[in-house]
Design a protein around this ligand. Structure first.
Ligand SMILES: [Ca+2]
Length: 313
């Protein structure tokens, strides 16, 4: 079976956690490394959440390294109103966490990413579903490894130029627009895959579906509980967005959930402009940036159900 080896860079986060659960139970995804960033919650909480989820729900003891606690040039923001103060909604809290991040002196997320890429040259897909700071740090510190990355997935920006955290910017873009620009400038021959605000806000499930998910044993119950207090900035209460799951599903070998087009992409990084973080996409068939235009919501939900069903075996 064709498998994708991934570095999963995230800021859990309710939808990050849902995506992690998918990755744990999907044989076509081979997690080589998990890195955490500030974002939905602070870095410490995000890392704690990642450790909690791996400890309780993963079959393998994946290495977790924490990365950036903030962006170099952008004030810190959070998404407590979307993900709850704990990042896992308002019902769940990471508890009894014994797993710890693997960081060592002068060896953090960027170094772990570098070494994972060098261990599997040309094979690693970086899936970044939080602020892009860790990826930008890797690029700036270790530019020689960039060409050895297979693909990079970003969950960032919007197609209509309208935002979630501001009228112009999506959350991940707003947290560190400079990092997005660094990746856009430096990825060169490495294909980029981009899902946007529109992907996640099109692809949500409702209360009835939540109930359905909740019936799939321990993991299903956890997904159900995760939704408590999870409200997307754009969707209505009782609509649960699958932003990060969608980003992960863009790389599934032999499975297609999207329509795609090749584009040029820019981001506003003018810190004096209210439109900072705004993205612009223009179609360019020769570009190696692939934008997800539409998503087959029902197919994604069915996939998620299949994954949950698998956890019962
Ligand atoms: Ca996220």
């Amino acid at each position: 079976m064709e498998q994708e080896k991934i570095i999963f860079d995230l800021d859990p986060g309710v939808d990050d956690t849902m995506a992690l659960l998918l990755a744990f139970n999907e044989p076509k995804i081979d997690i080589k490394l998990i890195t955490t960033t500030f974002g939905n919650v602070g870095l410490k909480q995000a890392t704690q959440n990642a450790c909690f989820v791996v400890q309780n729900f993963a079959k393998n003891d994946y290495p977790i390294y924490f990365g950036a606690a903030s962006a170099p040039n952008t004030p810190l923001h959070d998404a407590f109103d979307v993900h709850g103060r704990t990042g896992l909604g308002t019902k769940i809290q990471a508890h009894d966490v014994t797993k710890t991040p693997a960081n060592k002196f002068k060896y953090g997320a960027a170094e772990a990413m570098r070494d994972t890429i060098l261990k599997y040259p040309g094979e690693i897909v970086i899936v970044s579903v939080g602020p892009v700071t860790n990826v930008a740090t890797l690029f700036k510190k270790y530019p020689k490894v960039i060409s050895k990355i297979k693909k990079i997935v970003l969950m960032v920006g919007s197609m209509d130029g309208k935002g979630s955290i501001t009228p112009y910017s999506s959350f991940n873009a707003y947290c560190d627009p400079d990092a997005v620009e660094t990746v856009l400038k430096m990825h060169k021959d490495v294909p980029l895959v981009v899902t946007t605000k529109e992907t996640g806000t099109t692809c949500y499930f409702d209360e009835a579906q939540r109930e359905k998910f909740g019936k799939f044993g321990k993991v299903g119950k956890f997904v159900y509980d995760l939704c408590t207090g999870y409200k997307d900035a754009i969707l209505k209460p009782g609509q649960y967005a699958l932003h990060d799951t969608c980003a992960l599903l863009t790389i599934m070998p032999g499975e297609e959930y999207f329509t795609r087009t090749n584009v040029n992409m820019t981001i506003n990084t003018n810190h004096k402009d209210e439109k900072i973080g705004q993205t612009v996409f223009t179609i360019n068939p020769n570009s190696n940036i692939s934008l997800m235009l539409t998503v087959d919501k029902q197919k994604v939900i069915k996939k998620y159900e299949e994954i949950l069903a698998r956890t019962l075996k």
